[in-house]
Structures are given as structure tokens and as C-alpha cells.
Design a protein around this ligand. Structure first.
Ligand code: NCD
Length: 326
């Protein structure tokens, strides 16, 4: 076995010319139509590899710092699982109260610390723009795992991959987003991402005070995507291919009385779903807090548990991409 690498461009086996090598993933706005097809292709391969092998050594020796300033179950554990299934390892910092953050350390200093030990940083933080701020200070790639009410790009990528794997296309779809469209960062990212595809029609169904932010509607409108807003689901459900349900984001309300007044605005149950087609799907980023009845879980259209699994493959793809292995 040679003791020195044979390819001078690959001193440590990383392909530094790979298109996403060393890049931050901060917003879905970074992804063109072709980039999205590329991510889905890699994620699809990851799915096959996990099904065949379970775990393999693509990222052996690489370390991920998983830095979470807000609660998380799926995003945090799926990034951990993704790294470990690729043979890498993880520094988990989800209890920031036990880290130097509780001593008043700034986000830039925290990421400058973690990049001394890790090859990539995944960050969830309550402030919009925090991932971009971290990326400004870090030399290693930063992946935005949710920045306040801003964006949640990896969730939107896994949502789109779910639609692709479940319905076989991302063109010519009517997607209805339901619930808290104001504070729900997943729908901000997903609406922007879907605007890259043709024949997409977006319906936004929410209480008046939780409407989709105007800047998102403007951006999506500039791509020529038809969008319409509603207060009730009945009108749009029969034509819907993807019903994307969201939780009312209790933690983002200044006045809890206002939260109480809208929290139960929409509930999806088998009765409501009688009006929907048999070949559509229901998605939810989860956690749910009553907006989808458990009585609907056994319906084949309930895709929200499968959606979580697709998230593993997409996050494996993204880690491999930014570390120069895809
Ligand atoms: C979402 C989030 O954190 O924005 N959860 C997730 O990442 N799956 C949705 C939510 O919290 O409602």
C-alpha cells in the first residue's frame, strides 16, 4: 500500500473540486433546479446504500459538531444518525445551558471553538440570520438546521425528496400549506424551493394572523408560480396533491392568549380527508400537537412518518457533499 496519496488533488481523500465542497448550506435560495436534482440523486443513492449496508465508511474520520440552541428531536438525531451511518462521529451540544453559551459566550466564538475540533457544524438557533452569522466567522461548512422564523433548508430538501420518492415528480403539483405559515420556517423554505419547478401551484391556508410572509410570496411570485390564500381548507382539498400541515409555533407568540385563539384552527382527521383524492399525500415536519388526528395515521396517504426516514438520506447526502465525498 502506498504511504502517500497518489492524487495530489486528493491529499486526504477529499475531492476539493466537488461542487459543494466546503460550502455552507444556509438557505434553499442557494439551490438551482439542477442542484436539487443532484441532491435528490445522491440522497437516493444513500437510501440504497443504507438498505444494502446499513453503515459504511464514506466519512470515516470526519467529525460533526451538532449545535442546537432550540429543542429538536428529528433534525438533531437524524444528523447524528446520518454522520454515524457514514462512518463519522459527532460532538453533540444540545444542552447549551451546560456549555459556555450559558457563561455568555457569543455565537461567533462558539463556532470558532467548535471548528477547531470538527469538520462541519450543524446549527439550530432561535434568531433569524444566525446561521449566516456563524458562517461568516467559521472556516468550516455551516449547515442551517433552522434559524428562528427564517429558514430550515435541510427540512425543505427532505420534504421535496419525500414528494419525489412518493409521487415520482416535483412538476405539475398542487401543494397546499396549512397552519402557521407566519412563524413556520419549514414552509418559508419549502415554498421557495418548490418555485424552481414548473406547473407548481401553491395554496396557503391559515388563520388571518398566521399568513405566509409577504416577502416569501413576492419571491415565489417572481418565479411565475401561482399562489392563493384561504381561511378554509374545503375549497382546495379536492385538488391537492400534497397537503403540508404545520404546527402553530407556540414559542414564537408574544401573547399566549393569541396562541390559544388559533391553536386548534385546523384538524386533519379521516372525516376531513374524505374530500381528498386517494393518490395524494399528507406531510408534516413534526412535531404535531393535535393538528393531525392519530386516527389518520394508518391511512396510506399519511406520509409524515416516512418523511422522517427520507430526512436521514438527505442529510447523509448533504454531509457527503460539503465534505467533498459526493
Ligand atoms: C420543525 C422546526 O423545527 O421548524 N421541526 C423539524 O425540524 N422537524 C417544525 C416545528 O417545530 O414545528
Amino acid at each position: 500500500m502506498p504511504t502517500t496519496p497518489t492524487n495530489p488533488h486528493l491529499p486526504f481523500g477529499d475531492d476539493k473540486n466537488a461542487p459543494w465542497y466546503g460550502k455552507d448550506i444556509l438557505s434553499v435560495k442557494q439551490f438551482s433546479h439542477d442542484d436539487l436534482q443532484y441532491v435528490f440523486g445522491v440522497a437516493h443513492e444513500m437510501r440504497g446504500m443504507v438498505e444494502r449496508l446499513g453503515t459504511f465508511d464514506l466519512l470515516k474520520g470526519k467529525i460533526l459538531a451538532n449545535l442546537f440552541y432550540e429543542p429538536s428531536t428529528r433534525t438533531s438525531s437524524s444528523f447524528t444518525a446520518a454522520m454515524e451511518r457514514l462512518g463519522g462521529s459527532v460532538i453533540p451540544i444540545s444542552e447549551v445551558k451546560y456549555s459556555s453559551v450559558s457563561k455568555g459566550e457569543s455565537l461567533p466564538d462558539t463556532v470558532r471553538t467548535l471548528e477547531c475540533y470538527a469538520d462541519v457544524i450543524v446549527l439550530r438557533h432561535p434568531e433569524t440570520g444566525s446561521a449566516a452569522l456563524a458562517a461568516k466567522y467559521a472556516r468550516k461548512p455551516v449547515i442551517n438546521a433552522g434559524d428562528g422564523v427564517g429558514e430550515h433548508p435541510t427540512q425543505a430538501l427532505l420534504d421535496a425528496f419525500t414528494i419525489m420518492e412518493e409521487l415520482g415528480r416535483l412538476d405539475n403539483l398542487t401543494v397546499t400549506m396549512l397552519g402557521d405559515l407566519k412563524y413556520g420556517r419549514t414552509v418559508h423554505s419549502l415554498a421557495r424551493l418548490l418555485s424552481n419547478f414548473s406547473g407548481i401551484k401553491l395554496n396557503y391556508v391559515s388563520p388571518d394572523i398566521l399568513r405566509m410572509p409577504r416577502d416569501v410570496i413576492e419571491e415565489v411570485g417572481q418565479k411565475g408560480i401561482p399562489q392563493a390564500e384561504f381561511n378554509a381548507l374545503e375549497q382546495v382539498l379536492p385538488d391537492t396533491d400534497v397537503l403540508y400541515v404545520t404546527r402553530v409555533q407556540k414559542e414564537r407568540f408574544e401573547d399566549q392568549a393569541v396562541y390559544e385563539s388559533v391553536k386548534g384552527a385546523f384538524v386533519i382527521d379521516p372525516d376531513v380527508m374524505k374530500a381528498a383524492r386517494h393518490d395524494m399525500i399528507v406531510m408534516h415536519p413534526l412535531p404535531r400537537v393535535g393538528e393531525i388526528s392519530v386516527d389518520f395515521d394508518d391511512d396510506p396517504r399519511a406520509a409524515y412518518f416516512r418523511q422522517m426516514e427520507y430526512g436521514l438520506y438527505v442529510r447523509m447526502a448533504l454531509l457527503a457533499m460539503v465534505l467533498g465525498k459526493a
